[in-house]
Design a protein around this ligand. Sequence first.
Ligand code: GAL
Length: 692
Amino acid sequence: MKKQIITLLVACLMGGTLFAQPAWFDDKDLTLTGTYYYPEHWNEKQWERDFKQMHELGFEFTHFAEFAWAQLEPEEGKYDFAWLDKAVALAAKYQLKVIMCTSTATPPVWLSRKYPEILIKHEDGTILDHGARQHASFASPLYRELSYKMIEKLAQHYGNDPRIIGWQLDNEPAVQFDYNPAAETAFRQFLRDKYHNHIEELNDAWGTAFWSEVYSSFDEITLPKTAQMFMNHHQILDYRRFAAKQTNDFLNEQCLLIKKHARNQWVTTNYIPNYAEGHIGGSPDLDFASYTRYMVYGDNEGIGRRGYRVGNPLRIAFANDFFRPVKGFYGVMELQPGQVNWGSINPQPLPGAVRLWLWSVFAGGSDFTCTYRYRQPLYGTEQYHYGIVNTDGTTVTPGGREFEQFMKEIKQLRTLAKARDVKPDDYMARHTAILFNHENAWSIERQKQNHTWNTMAHVEKYYRALKSFGAPVDIINESKDLAQYPVVIAPAYQMADKALVDRWTEYVKQGGNLILTCRTAQKDRYGRLPEAPFGSMISKLTGDEIEFYDLLLPEEPGKYVIDGKEYTWNTWGEILKPSKECRSWGKYIEEFYEGKTAISTRKLGKGSITYVGIDSTDGSLEKDVLRKLYTELNIPVMELPYGVTMEYRNGLGIVLNYSDKPYSFTLPAGAKAVIGTTDIPTAGVLVFSIQK
Ligand code: GAL
């Protein structure tokens, strides 16, 4: 309790985000590291040897039962936990705590044969079958019931066991676009509830007067065929909301069942960071959200000729900044230890890259990292997937050695650890939120107007600029309080309503600095255009009118000039008519609207509102506009090259180099390097302690 008060106090003093230290994790540990183990895959005689070596390498927890439903309930209603008890006891003998899983991603064959109605049906009619994983429908009430019976037994058995630290639900639960008849029934019910059993309300929301789409009863409604061109996109919007809710409800119900029996154990799941899928963070009773991340799988999103061995420099950073704000803390459930088996090409990571990713996860503030997996499998779909040890079960892989090094380094730093929110003032002064709602991406991507437009890429242009400034970023949803951030950016926030615009206005009047970008507040929450001038929902706030918008061919991009510097664009440009209180930044050239502007800014109350009605080709306009604004606002920014990032936590600064060149970092006054040197090689890491 005393400690919690101190943490809060420190957070206040440092101007940090006010999240109390979570009860399950201790700042003294900095972070914990663990690894997946599947006892059911291995000869029982090897378990002890494996846990001993796991412990000697430095792991502090392991992870069991993820896909073991067939072993846990070999016949309907007959449970066998004896083997798992033995594995838990042996792990404990080597000081390994356990994350327990609900194995709902892999129903046993008796279940699929006896109750085939639980199987997922694809839009083209294919029914999934036993023999892989993730083939059961979350919308099936029967599947849920059978899952809950198994989960409740597991929770009764392990919920009061101090060797179990927490629970992971399912595996990478995704939003299912499932055409199982149970999903159709549930969709109709979802619509009845949403539209108060009044079909006229639905007809109005979906604009069904268009093309004779009108319905006379909810029973006529089917799951929309997304493959069918021109399918009503208001309907698709509701279908996506419904589909995300199926996954979220299934997880939340699992979580509540476990919590009935669990003592001091957390519950989470391991989401794939598919941000626009729309379900992450949507199960309110989960204690926090964790993610899985793979960095090297054949795509070259890295820097330079061998960048594909290191990976995209912001891939982990964005996930950290998206998952942490969900509950204020997070963990990483799967981090690649070496080659994977499922990429287009599965190269070896660059020596040092695995450790770089571990430090990247740490830099975002995570409380733990778990790696998938300890042993390389000898059979099954993932035979070519690397582990911490290789196919002989004992030889440590290069990635395994990098985990070992990281765990040693963390243990060494524990003596220096300060409270998690000990961060420098100039860093916190540029704390920026990106307001994100996946529904905007759903809506825009369905009606792009320019096939070269990409909603996530638009958001990432702002994110990338912020990371080059060394700014801490929270990617948040509308449930969060905006007032805690000096700057909030809402990029391409297409669907809005009066309540949201009022909140934005209040935030600005009270001293916040809001940046809205093109395509914002142009539709209502059903995806309809208001009967008013285009984009006018925010014109009182921004002070602008939109005259029109233009979209260009990528091979014939347009030009925009700010302070004498030219930028190219083609995906979307709005032509604004700013009012007298606004200052405009830059103008279009070489078009019939030459001289007109896309960017305006003005003071309002104690704060400011900036509107950026254009999307540039390479993100340089977005970066320069942000820098200009932050300079006006006296917010100190850094100039880090792309590929280098810097974050703070626990009184430590962490600098990561994903670029193909060495980077020389200048330590802040009074800081001291504690891991690495200020000359940071490719895939290198520098950790320094700050004076505070
Ligand atoms: C993840 C999945 C794991 C494992 C891994 C292989 O997406 O959650 O169960 O299959 O991929 O890289």
